[in-house]
Design a binder for this molecule. Sequence first.
Ligand SMILES: Nc1ncnc2c1ncn2[C@@H]1O[C@H](COP(=O)(O)OP(=O)(O)OP(=O)(O)O)[C@@H](O)[C@H]1O
Ligand SMILES: [Mg+2]
Length: 500
Amino acid sequence: MSFVTVTLAFALTVGYGVMAQRRAAQDAELLRSGYVPLMLSLGAALENQNLVSTQLNHITEARNPSDARRWIETARRVRPKVFADVRQAVARGVMPSTDADARMLGQRIVVDVSGIEEFLSQDGDWLAKLFDALANGRVEQAEKLRDDIVAHESEGARRIREIKSRVEAEMDQRTASARARERRSLQSLIALAALTLGVAVGMTLYARRVLGPLAQVTERAKAVAGGDMTPRAVVEAKDEIGELAATFESMVEAIGRANRDRVRAERLAAVGRMAAHVTHEIRNPLSSIGLNLELLEEEMQSAGVETEARQLLGAIRREVDHLSSLSEEYLSLARPKTPRLELEGLAEIVREACTFVAPEMERASVRMRLEVDDGLPDVLLDEAQIRQALSNLVRNAREAMPKGGVLTIGLHQVEGAVELTISDTGQGIAEDIRQNIFDPFFTTKNRGTGLGLAITRQIVEAHAGTISCEAVEPSGTRFRIRLRTAREQAAAQAAGQGTA
Ligand SMILES: Nc1ncnc2c1ncn2[C@@H]1O[C@H](COP(=O)(O)OP(=O)(O)OP(=O)(O)O)[C@@H](O)[C@H]1O
Ligand SMILES: [Mg+2]
């Protein structure tokens, strides 16, 4: 737009300048070869008239009137030539002009000059009478005739002067308009320069404002290349660069997500391999150790031994149990069992689970609240797996509240699904690790495996459900599991998108 503005302004000014230049050249030509020679020829005609008038003024008092008579006759003879010069000046210099006004003036002058010439030519008879009266000494008659002729000649001179001043006025007017045109040319040149400068400054500022954020996008790209994948809004603008920055951020987010998925898949594969070892190398010896420990405990009990040795045996047994459950967890993650789906009511499972963990929660000073909607629809689920998922979440909640707190388990119907929420009033999850908590082996606990949430997610996804996690104000965490109702699942399957 600025380019078009400057180009247009430039074209207009140049066009105007060229026109003004042409007009000025035409005017100068008209003055040089038209009006100036015309003024000179008019001046000559006037002088000739003056000569006649001067000689007439003195002719009655002159000692030798025949001299004056010669002068007058000469002037009268020259007269046609003088007027012809005027007409010729018009024909040569004014009539060829392209200016219609000038041509019209020329035509009028030619007509007027012919009129004056004819008017003056009437003095011939009077002059003859005057010379006759002078020759015969009729002084009184001669003076009267002289006065009449002088008046006649003066009228002719006045008319010539009138034409002269018309031409003069025309010359003045042309000079003035040439000056005005020059002034306007200069003004428009100055205006163009100011406009160009303004547009240039405006464009520079605009470009700086528009392109400035590009530097931020570049910095951000470098940071991403250096490994900073945390999504952030670098440019707030709503223009193309803002859009570019937003698209870039969504790309960074997608890459981050893909990376996390890859890491998860790699870890799962590693777990798979390890689990195979664990199963073969550790599980069997562990179960025989467990079995032998049981026998040993029984023997000690029947022998009535109540010593420290029996307590140690208990500790060993707990560790062995821990190891067994660990190997079970590895196994369940590495080789997930396909859920055996049955139509069940979630409310019952949740209530039973609560009763089961109630003593443990009481010991940990955690108050439990159960919020269950009435008349919830049944869901297709594998009871054992859902219990396991629920137990993982409840255990995490308890571990997040070492000094006690409130655990709220909700069960509500939402559009096409049943939603299970587990909320605690614990320390919450820092924003920067929230996206990692479902990764296998991700843990912030000393004795944690980081498998609880990974297994839970696996179970929920095997049920074609979703799991998410959010912060609770003022502090705490809420996990949200959605399982589609049986009717929704059937509809989804019919539409070819069900996975359960
Ligand atoms: N309710 C919660 N409150 C705060 N942090 C939590 C909560 N649930 C999970 N987390 C965080 O998520 C991490 C991963 O949880 P996950 O259950 O997968 O493993 P873990 O609890 O650390 O180990 P394990 O489940 O084997 O004991 C935890 O270490 C913890 O940092
Ligand atoms: Mg856990």
